[in-house]
Design a protein around this ligand. Structure first.
Ligand SMILES: [Zn+2]
Length: 439
């Protein structure tokens, strides 16, 4: 089916972002077939279905390169006992209790809730990291089913750790990686690892062997807190990135999440091996773990993307948080204006190309038909030259009206079409209340 999304302002992004007033994006099935002036597109594609985008800005769908769908039932939960005073206590008192309590239906619902929020925020591709030790085997199938029903794209993995049983989760990843194979452009698979401080050398070696054989990368939390660095230095005599590099976890397909507590030589390893880093500024601030040296990583040539770490599914909010955080951290109002948007708009697409073999993140002929169409009437002139100013100070607070993924309209006029929001929220409330009791 051919659709003309017309009469909007199109920002194509990509290497040479073009801003087209009164522009039109034409999609045919899963691909974009043309971009240009609305009147001309109407002449060329007179029989296409029409979606009026007057008063809206059309962007490529957003990408989140680190998420935890399973975290959604923690919202509003009272954590028993004394408040956690550091990162490891947050894991022990909250996340490791919550993930252990998840049942099969909890996994489905706790994926559907953030999937709805992805659609509501124009996020059409997610790289997720899952944990549910009591309902481990088959858990990735449940999430896959929810993702397919929602209609977005996701790369999935299970976080292997030795904290419950040695090598827990390896078999689930191996099974799912084999099942997904080269992937269909909608679902991809990675080898998930929790973090250096919860996996033995033997566990890592097994994971890397499976990943290398299948040609997939590893998705692992790295030096999120100083405790991970301390653990690696104490047990292995080297800092976290170096330990993981020696075990062959690094590489172009691998994602090292956070990298807050790393030194210069570790940054160099990341740059030399082409390993991607994903920065999660809201999560780092929430857990009070420290500030990633983002500008240094970028200067050294490390590919750094942007994730939410389960905090939300709103990528523009993360971008703005990164922008503010690194200005303050560097005490320099000249920085991060270009860098923060680059993480979201360019680097996330580059990271996903390695996972999905798709060139996302640009509105151009032949590219995947993934769009975020946002209510936006620019109150000042808008062109390619000042697009970032509008992104950081205007679009960040604008509402997504229509979301398209693989050419399918998943939300129109702010109504989610692919999932039943009312039913899912109601059922999630019931299940969450029961799960909280089990903790
Ligand atoms: Zn995470």
């Amino acid at each position: 089916m051919t659709i003309r999304f017309e009469n909007g302002i199109v920002a194509t992004l990509g290497q040479n972002n073009r801003v087209l007033w009164n522009g039109s994006v034409v999609t045919d099935g899963e691909q974009i077939t043309a971009v240009g002036d609305s009147a001309k597109m109407k002449e060329r594609f007179p029989d296409a279905e029409m979606v009026d985008c007057t008063g809206k800005l059309i962007l490529p769908g957003f990408i989140c390169t680190h998420h935890h769908f399973y975290s959604s039932m923690a919202r509003g939960m009272a954590i028993p006992g004394e408040p956690a005073s550091n990162f490891v206590e947050i894991l022990e008192r909250l996340w490791w209790k919550l993930d252990k309590a998840l049942s099969a239906e909890d996994i489905t619902l706790s994926a559907q809730v953030p999937l709805i929020e992805c659609i509501r925020n124009g996020t059409t591709t997610v790289i997720d990291h899952h944990a549910s030790p009591s309902m481990r085997d088959g858990s990735l199938d449940l999430i896959e089913e929810a993702v397919r029903q929602a209609g977005i794209r996701a790369s999935l993995c299970y976080e292997v750790s030795d904290r419950n049983v040695p090598g827990g989760g390896i078999a689930e990843n191996e099974r799912f990686i084999k099942k997904v194979g080269k992937g269909d452009g909608q679902i991809a698979a990675m080898m998930g690892l929790h973090a250096s401080f919860t996996v033995s050398d033997e566990t890592v070696e097994t994971c890397v062997g499976i990943a290398k054989d299948a040609g997939v990368g590893c998705h692992v939390h790295v030096a999120e807190d100083a405790a991970d660095r301390k653990d690696s230095l104490a047990k292995y005599g080297v800092p976290t990135v170096e330990r993981l590099h020696k075990l062959n976890v690094t590489g172009e397909k691998s994602i090292f999440v956070h990298c807050v507590h790393i030194d210069d030589s570790e940054m160099q390893i990341l740059a030399d091996t082409g390993t991607s880093v994903v920065h999660n500024p809201e999560s780092n601030m929430n857990n009070a773990v420290g500030v990633t040296k983002l500008l240094e990583l970028l200067r050294k040539g490390v590919l750094v993307g942007l994730g939410t770490d389960g905090m939300s599914s709103d990528m523009l909010a993360q971008m703005r948080c990164a922008y503010l955080l690194h200005r303050l951290d560097n005490r320099d109002p000249r920085v991060a204006f270009v860098e923060a948007p680059r993480l979201l708009l360019q680097n996330n697409a580059a990271i996903c190309e390695r996972q999905f073999s798709l060139r996302l993140g640009e509105i151009a002929q032949g590219r995947p038909a993934d769009l975020a169409i946002i209510d936006y009437r620019p109150p000042t002139p808008l062109s390619e030259a000042n697009f970032l100013g509008h992104l950081i100070f205007g679009l960040v607070d604008a509402t997504v009206d229509t979301t398209v993924c693989k050419g399918k309209i998943l939300m129109k006029n702010k109504k989610v079409l692919s999932l039943d929001e009312e039913r899912i929220a109601a059922r999630s409330r019931e299940l969450a209340a029961r799960m909280w009791q089990r903790l």
